[in-house]
Design a protein around this ligand. Structure first.
Ligand SMILES: NC(=O)c1ccc[n+]([C@@H]2O[C@H](COP(=O)([O-])OP(=O)(O)OC[C@H]3O[C@@H](n4cnc5c(N)ncnc54)[C@H](OP(=O)(O)O)[C@@H]3O)[C@@H](O)[C@H]2O)c1
Length: 276
């Protein structure tokens, strides 16, 4: 298996080009998945306070033989703690559950525009970064308009925006905004979470041509669109295979074939979703 290349962030930090998803695995299954993931080469781990599995991530990181500085732990602020002081307090709780001195990436999980407190939370994240408790700060499920507001009101752009992305939701417009602003796209539900994408005949044909699995083709599609996919699997063999995607390349025609499908959003609409 080839090593995972690194991506440079707009704050000078680096993250691996592919990471490990954990939701909706419970705390115990997350600990097992992350411990195995770290053994086979994952170095970027995605979690969130609302997932209820930060403890499992922390235990796996603490027990791993991998040096802490090689690992990137990403966690997220829940909606119920939006606001400046509430964000600082929620971060401390997450850091405690993770058992870490510092968190590599801290993200606002959802913008909750109706609540209108995400700019205050963003200011708290800027402070956490200045204090060295967080290495890089970012957002999740933010639209172009939300990103613009952060930039206008604070002058600080997120290093990453974690968004739903897969061949049924390629996010061309938002990715163009990210490219212009130097924000790295992290793709969640990268395999299309149970929508049958991994069983799709067109994807299977491309996979057969490269002697790889359909999931590997889909992950390669993300990498070649400059996105950092965060696949989740409860299965050790699939988890390992999902990381083994750096030894082949899709042609432009294959990329188009994988992406040529009806648009489907699996998750929630960031403009209206309220998750506390
Ligand atoms: N920021 C957000 O709002 C947000 C929202 C959703 C998700 N996320 C993050 O993104 C991560 C991934 O998203 P997701 O879990 O929704 O979807 P996903 O990774 O696209 O799909 C997961 C599903 O794909 C299956 N799978 C994994 N590898 C496979 C392979 N090689 N071949 C066939 N099937 C495979 C898994 O089954 P098995 O377990 O049986 O392998 C599981 O059912 C989450 O774990 C979470 O960390 C973030």
């Amino acid at each position: 298996m080839l090593p995972v290349p690194l991506r440079t962030l707009n704050d000078g930090g680096v993250i691996p080009a592919l990471g490990l998803g954990t939701a909706p695995l419970d705390d115990t299954r997350t600990e097992e998945a992350v411990a195995h993931g770290l053994r086979v080469g994952y170095r970027l781990i995605d979690t969130g306070a609302v997932y209820g599995n930060e403890g499992g991530v922390g235990r796996a990181v603490a027990a791993a033989e991998v040096p802490r500085e090689e690992i990137r732990v990403l966690t997220k602020l829940p909606g119920r703690h939006h606001g400046y002081d509430a964000t600082l307090a929620a971060f401390e709780e997450s850091r405690g559950r993770l058992g870490l001195e510092y968190v590599d990436l801290y993200l606002i999980h959802w913008p909750l525009p109706r609540l209108d407190k995400y700019v205050d939370s963003w200011k708290a994240l800027i402070r956490l970064r200045e204090e060295g408790l967080v290495r890089s700060i970012g957002v999740s499920n933010f639209t172009a308009e939300h990103l613009d507001r952060l930039e206008k009101e604070t002058g600080v752009l997120p290093a990453v925006n974690q968004i739903e992305m897969h061949p049924q939701l390629p996010q061309e417009e938002l990715r163009a905004v990210h490219a212009e602003k130097g924000i790295v796209t992290l793709s969640y539900s990268p395999l299309g979470r149970g929508t049958g994408l991994v069983q799709d005949p067109a994807v299977a044909a491309v996979a057969a041509a490269h002697r790889v699995t359909p999931a590997q083709v889909i992950l390669r599609w993300h990498l070649q669109l400059d996105a950092v996919p965060l696949p989740r699997s409860g299965d050790p063999t699939r988890r390992r295979d999902n990381l083994d995607v750096f030894g082949f390349e899709l042609s432009a025609a294959e990329l188009a074939r994988v992406g040529d499908r009806a648009r489907i959003r699996i998750g929630y609409d960031p403009e209206s979703h309220e998750e506390f």
